[in-house]
Design a protein around this ligand. Structure first.
Ligand SMILES: Nc1ncnc2c1ncn2[C@@H]1O[C@H](COP(=O)(O)OP(=O)(O)OP(=O)(O)O)[C@@H](O)[C@H]1O
Ligand SMILES: [Mg+2]
Length: 285
């Protein structure tokens, strides 16, 4: 399969302007390839370099060392920056910071307008994007009247309207209530499964990751684990040492195992655990 993003040996330091000696190493020789059409989750404790890495994926930040290639384009080449930003869209944590207009549909039109898309096509893209996130009926509303989850769906529609091949979500549910989190996760999964978008999801909520194809674990600016969710989450102790949680079902399964119940090690979804326990009960009867 083709890779839409290639991160090759990338390092990045933040320098404090007032203390020029003081350098924070945010990324250290990171190598990562994102396959077209895949769903990759990136996890890691605060400050492990996730957001810095995300911003390298569409040229918002440029590597100090190493190379980032987006769909064959090297980031940093001046004439390609808009093409790169159009190929990889980004959705951030705070929906309020991503709203620019007083009406929902104008907000979604903002991106394609900036790309110089024809007005007729903008209309089509706005309608398509609002339908994709289930917000078409609210297109005439003012964004500030909407819930956090709805605002975040509008922000996602704004990115979808630019027709990116890949969308990087940097903690898109961090500021939402459980209902908003569910709404936004459903949209993200749908964009991957039904619309074929490549998804990169950064999150602290381990339950959001069970459906990903792949989990990348970052620590101190480096990729320290990379694999399928089931393989990564079966390493409960290793993850805990990195300061990370596991999905609730995995945690519960691990405790049951400690109590001598032979729950399989690769349980990550609650339904699986429920099925296992139901079967056990049947066998006991
Ligand atoms: N603008 C900045 N100036 C200086 N240092 C920064 C800046 N942004 C991030 N850093 C530092 O770079 C390192 C990586 O930060 P980054 O924001 O990429 O981590 P993160 O994994 O996204 O964290 P979080 O989970 O809190 O969002 C941290 O040590 C952080 O303090
Ligand atoms: Mg971050």
């Amino acid at each position: 399969m083709e890779n839409i993003v290639k991160i090759q040996n990338v390092s990045f330091n933040y320098k404090h302007i007032e203390e020029s000696e003081h350098v924070i190493r945010a990324l250290e020789h990171v190598n990562l390839e994102i396959e077209k059409g895949s769903f990759t989750a990136i996890i890691g404790v605060n400050g492990s370099g996730k957001s810095t890495l995300a911003k390298h994926m569409n040229g918002l930040m440029l590597p100090e060392e190493g190379t980032v290639i987006v769909d064959g384009m090297v980031t940093g080449a001046d004439d390609l920056i808009w093409k790169i930003r159009q190929t990889v869209g980004m959705v951030f944590q705070n929906p309020d910071n991503q709203m620019v207009s007083a009406v929902v549909e104008d907000d979604v039109a903002f991106g394609p307008e900036n790309l110089g898309v024809d007005p007729g096509e903008i209309r089509e893209r706005v309608d398509m994007s609002l339908k994709a996130v289930g917000m078409y009926d609210l297109r005439k509303k003012a964004p500030h009247m909407l819930s956090g989850g709805q605002k975040q769906r509008i922000a996602i529609a704004g990115v979808v309207a630019m027709l990116p091949e890949c969308i990087v979500f940097d903690e898109p549910t961090a500021m939402l209530d459980p209902q908003g989190r569910r709404e936004v996760m459903e949209i993200i999964e749908k964009l991957n499964h039904e619309n074929g978008k490549t998804v990169v999801l950064i999150t602290h909520f381990m339950d959001e990751i069970a459906g990903a194809d792949r989990v990348v674990v970052m620590d101190d600016g480096k990729v320290v684990m990379d694999g399928k969710p089931r393989d990564i989450f079966s390493k409960v102790e290793e993850l805990k040492q990195l300061g990370l949680d596991v999905p609730f079902a995995t945690e519960l399964a691990s405790r049951l195992r400690k109590d001598g119940i032979d729950v399989p090690k690769d349980v990550i979804m609650m339904e699986e655990l429920v099925d296992f326990i139901a079967e056990k009960r049947l066998q006991c009867q």
